[in-house]
Ligand binder design. Structure first.
Ligand code: NAD
Ligand code: AHE
Ligand code: ZN
Length: 375
């Protein structure tokens, strides 16, 4: 049986820098190895704003953004065995096919199966399932959760326990999982010192997870003084505001001073390349490891004196926290249900789909950790 197209509402971004527009979109039925999902909730991540703004070198328009969603499987295409209609699911922007060179390596979560077409805003057969008045609209990150119905590859979706509220666990689609993985997959954080640059959802998640694994000292760094109480609520032991240091004092020099030579581990959760440099240079000589999580705009590059690396600091990065979504998200959902992983605490704002642009404004206001959109 061949499925029928569905007409529904979606937030479409027609061009770089433009606000999203609510449109009636037609969503084609899922083809072989594809899944059509009724999206009920979605978070707004800073990366959606990054692509909307035109800073993403991979950005394509018109597009349906969104990659932090939760929904229910409406129908599946031929050959889909991993999920079925009625399943509660989270779309995955980092697929997990378990067959490609990357998946089989055991060294990375960066599955190669659908990444090329995903970056072209298309499904694996190089076409789009979205049209507005007959005009094709691009997919985004293989997820496009700002649509009431979306189509994803079967390797890009995971079923989760129906006991978990989708309104909350949708946030495992990006921010919280990224932060969790960035810490738990980095050996040695127990009993070590950590500095976290940027206290948005990602930074707070890194702080919470560093506390969970037993870091001895967790220094939160943010230029927004309002983030101090947030950082402490999530487990930071100290807070430093770089803009309040005495004139000319660099944040990395201050941190090296107050930690007897630097941190064991630092994390950039800002996307600012100057901050990435500071995070690397705040690491302890001989062993400090700095992880880049933030996403920088097109044309931006990182730099430091190579001597920083020669003398034993390591610069690394992570996408989706190194997490394999299909294998690991069900466990994170269980941890949430058992109270081991926070999610509710990140949700500061709610919006309905027609007000989704206000959700983007919330993000800029500085007092928003995560806005969840009721689709
Ligand atoms: P956010 O905007 O909510 O948080 C960023 C925080 O950094 C804010 O609190 C801000 O005040 C602070 N900040 C800004 N400039 C600073 C500076 N110079 N020094 C210290 N703090 C500063 O964003 P978010 O949603 O938490 O995302 C953080 C970054 O992580 C973004 O770049 C996002 O695109 C990226 N991200 C990456 C991945 C990944 O897989 N690698 C996943 C999710 C998000
Ligand atoms: N398209 C951008 C890079 C964007 C980027 O780094 N995305 C992260 C996820 S951010 C989620 O909020 C990621 O997972 N990247 C790995 C990948 O395969 O995209 C650019 O600079 O081209
Ligand atoms: Zn994200």
């Amino acid at each position: 049986t061949v499925g029928k197209p569905i007409k529904c509402k979606a937030a479409v971004c027609w061009g770089a820098g433009e606000p999203l527009k609510i449109e009636e979109v037609e969503v084609a039925p899922p083809r072989a190895h594809e899944v059509r999902i009724h999206i009920l909730w979605t978070g707004i991540c800073h990366t959606d704003e990054y692509t909307r703004s035109g800073k993403d070198p991979e950005g394509l328009f018109p597009v349906i953004l969104g990659h932090e969603g939760g929904g229910v499987v409406e129908s599946v295409g031929e050959g889909v065995t991993s999920v079925a209609p009625g399943d509660h699911v989270i779309p995955l922007y980092t697929a997990e096919c378990r067959e490609c060179k990357f998946c089989k390596s055991g060294k990375t979560n960066l599955c190669g199966k659908v990444r090329a077409t995903q970056g072209q805003g298309l499904m694996p057969d190089s076409s789009s399932r979205f049209t507005v008045n007959g005009q094709p609209v691009y997919h985004f990150m293989g997820t496009s959760t700002f649509s009431q119905y979306t189509v994803v590859a079967d390797v890009s979706v995971v079923a989760v326990d129906k006991k978990a509220p989708l309104e909350k666990v949708c946030l495992l689609g990006c921010g919280i999982t990224t932060a969790w993985g960035a810490v738990v997959k980095q050996p040695g954080i127990k009993d070590s010192t950590v500095a976290v640059f940027g206290c948005g959802a990602i930074g707070l998640g890194v702080i919470a997870t560093a506390k969970l694994v037993g870091a001895s000292r967790i220094i939160a760094v943010d230029t927004n003084p309002g983030k101090e109480s947030w950082a402490s609520k999530f487990g930071a032991t100290e807070f430093v505001n770089p803009s309040k240091l005495s004139e000319g004092k660099r944040i990395q020099d201050h941190l090296v001073e107050i930690t007897d030579g630097g941190l064991d581990f630092t994390f950039d959760c800002t996307g600012n390349v100057q901050v990435m440099r500071a995070a690397l240079e705040a690491c302890h000589k001989g062993w400090g490891v700095s992880t880049v999580i933030g996403v920088a705009a097109a044309g931006q590059e990182i730099s430091t004196r190579p001597f920083q690396l020669v003398t034993g600091r390591t610069w690394r990065g992570t996408a989706f926290g190194g997490v394999k979504g299909r294998s690991e998200i069900p466990g994170l959902v269980k941890d949430y249900l058992e109270g081991k992983v926070k999610i509710d605490e990140y949700v500061t704002h709610h919006r309905a789909l027609p007000d989704i642009n206000k959700g983007f404004e919330d993000m800029h206001a500085g007092d928003c950790i995560r806005c969840v959109v009721d689709m």
